[in-house]
Design a protein around this ligand. Structure first.
Ligand SMILES: Nc1ncnc2c1ncn2[C@@H]1O[C@H](COP(=O)(O)OP(=O)(O)OP(=O)(O)O)[C@@H](O)[C@H]1O
Ligand SMILES: [Mg+2]
Length: 220
């Protein structure tokens, strides 16, 4: 059913400044949307709103036909745990857990852990991290941590994937590997992919491009 916003407006700061203004947007199931815009243009803010992580907004956000502001706490946590994968701009791995334990965090509550461990192991291989599965985040480089965070977002095979500059701290070779895997999830599992990126080449690969300027978007 996808994600729909109606006159979405977000105001932040003191004095209150509108960051996003009156955005009406429809993202279909299985879509692949890229979001670009200069630093501070509101890309992360938009992603938080589209993914239900922030629901202090004016206007409306609907996920699968349900108004996020009307969803119960259980419905929201079900969506976040089972249907959505998040790659944050700053990776937020749990410092005390190994790479594998971090990746399996979303699977902890849901059961079927052995299947998830298999998927995780495959992801570690694809990301070139096979020998680093049991390391703590502080013993990994920034780019390695980022790939662990991406594996964590993919391990539940989510219907929606929200990725905020997932290749921000990766070299071009690893960026390509990561983007290919995200695109594969979009193609094979029909995962709806919403990708914030600074890379114009990556942005053009999306089926649809959104460029944020002055709180509104223009389609290049
Ligand atoms: N909690 C907050 N309080 C006040 N202002 C905020 C807050 N969070 C973000 N902002 C402001 O909102 C604007 C949009 O921020 P956002 O993080 O969405 O930008 P962005 O497009 O993701 O930038 P970048 O490319 O640097 O990641 C910025 O001007 C930022 O300073
Ligand atoms: Mg950002």
């Amino acid at each position: 059913m996808g994600i729909r916003t109606l006159n979405l407006t977000k105001t932040l700061g003191d004095p209150p400044t509108p960051i996003l203004k009156n955005i009406s947007l429809e993202i279909q199931d299985g879509d692949y949307v890229s979001v670009t815009g200069r630093s501070g243009s509101g890309k992360s803010t938009l992603l938080y709103l589209l993914s239900s992580l922030d629901h202090t907004l004016e206007g409306k956000v609907e996920i699968d036909g349900q108004d996020v502001n009307q969803m119960s706490a259980e419905a929201l946590s079900l969506f976040r745990n089972k249907k959505a994968g998040f790659v944050f701009q700053f990776h937020y791995l749990v410092a005390e857990l190994t790479a594998m334990e971090n990746v399996l965090l979303p699977a902890r509550k849901s059961g079927g852990i052995s299947k998830r461990r298999e998927i995780a192991t495959t992801l570690f291989e694809q990301f070139g991290l096979k020998d680093k599965i049991h390391r703590l985040p502080r013993h990994l480089s920034g780019g390695e941590q980022q790939r662990v965070a991406i594996a964590r977002a993919l391990v539940m095979e989510p219907r929606y994937l929200f990725a905020d500059e997932p290749t921000g701290s990766l070299d071009s070779e690893n960026s390509e590997i990561v983007l290919n895997l995200l695109e594969k999830a979009n193609e094979k599992q029909k995962t709806t992919l919403i990708l914030v990126t600074h890379d114009p080449g990556f942005s053009r690969r999306a089926r649809r491009q959104i460029h944020l300027v002055d709180g509104q978007f223009i389609t290049p």
